[in-house]
Design a binder for this molecule. Structure first.
Ligand code: DC
Length: 230
């Protein structure tokens, strides 16, 4: 059975990475979190003072620094994917609200997108990959066998995201979380280069009323259809 390429795109906090990780683990595929790569570039820019929520962005140093940034993924002893920036484990550092607040400014820069898309294509060149993001089915792997576009209501997404932040001891109000989700979605959808949009051949998955198990079973059924005709 040849290995599929599975592209999972969609709105922020719809559980893309949860589904992608579950699928990759059960199929024995590689999981790539493309959002983590944009977050890593944003973290580097934040640390260097090249981007801030209040003052905006200095594009030139971010673009110049790209050639010296190495972004890779390690797998830890629990089988979890760990984002590495220049050999530093930044898995936790990239998940803060501070990074979420500036990542859209960084991810709209065309040279950043070109560089990360090329890296992502290399990571998935042999198939057997589940990659989640915003432009995977449209730009990174337009030939992916299975494309899923995930969505859920704003309220459900904000509540899920708040629970994640709470669990990490990051205390933000529901309205603050909702505001961040909506503004990131708006930026993703209105971006001139590779905006967030469902690929014409993507299957829409609205999981507002599905639990994790129901969703997983449903998607495994979709995967099985492709494997059957292989
Ligand atoms: O998936 P995430 O929320 O961790 O992604 C962080 C940000 O990166 C998100 O706000 C949009 C951007 N992103 C992107 O522009 N293209 C991708 N393929 C993945 C993420």
């Amino acid at each position: 059975m040849s290995k599929l390429t599975i592209a999972i795109d969609g709105h922020s906090s719809t559980g893309k990475s949860t589904l992608a990780k579950e699928l990759a683990a059960s199929l024995g595929y590689t999981y790539v979190d493309s959002g983590a790569m944009y977050r890593a570039v944003a973290l580097d820019a934040l640390r260097n003072g090249w981007v801030s929520k209040a003052y905006g962005i200095k594009e030139e140093p971010i673009i110049n620094a790209l050639q010296n940034l190495t972004i890779t993924f390690n797998v830890n002893s629990q089988g979890q994917s760990i984002t590495m920036l220049n050999s530093e484990n930044v898995e936790d550092a990239i998940r803060t609200m501070e990074v979420s607040n500036v990542v859209s400014q960084v991810s709209k820069l065309i040279p950043v997108r070109r560089r990360l898309v090329a890296l992502q294509q290399k990571m998935g060149e042999n198939g057997g990959v589940v990659m989640d993001g915003r432009d995977i089915g449209t730009v990174v792997f337009p030939m992916a066998e299975l494309k899923i576009f995930m969505t859920a209501t704003d309220q459900v997404r904000a509540m899920r995201r708040k629970a994640e932040l709470d669990a990490k001891g990051q205390d933000f109000s529901l309205s603050e979380v909702l505001e961040n989700l909506k503004s990131r979605d708006k930026a993703d959808m209105e971006r001139a280069d590779s905006p967030l949009i469902a690929a014409a051949d993507a299957t829409i998955l609205d999981n507002s009323e599905l639990n994790r198990n129901e969703q997983f079973k449903l998607v495994l059924g979709w995967v099985a259809k492709f494997q059957k005709y292989d």
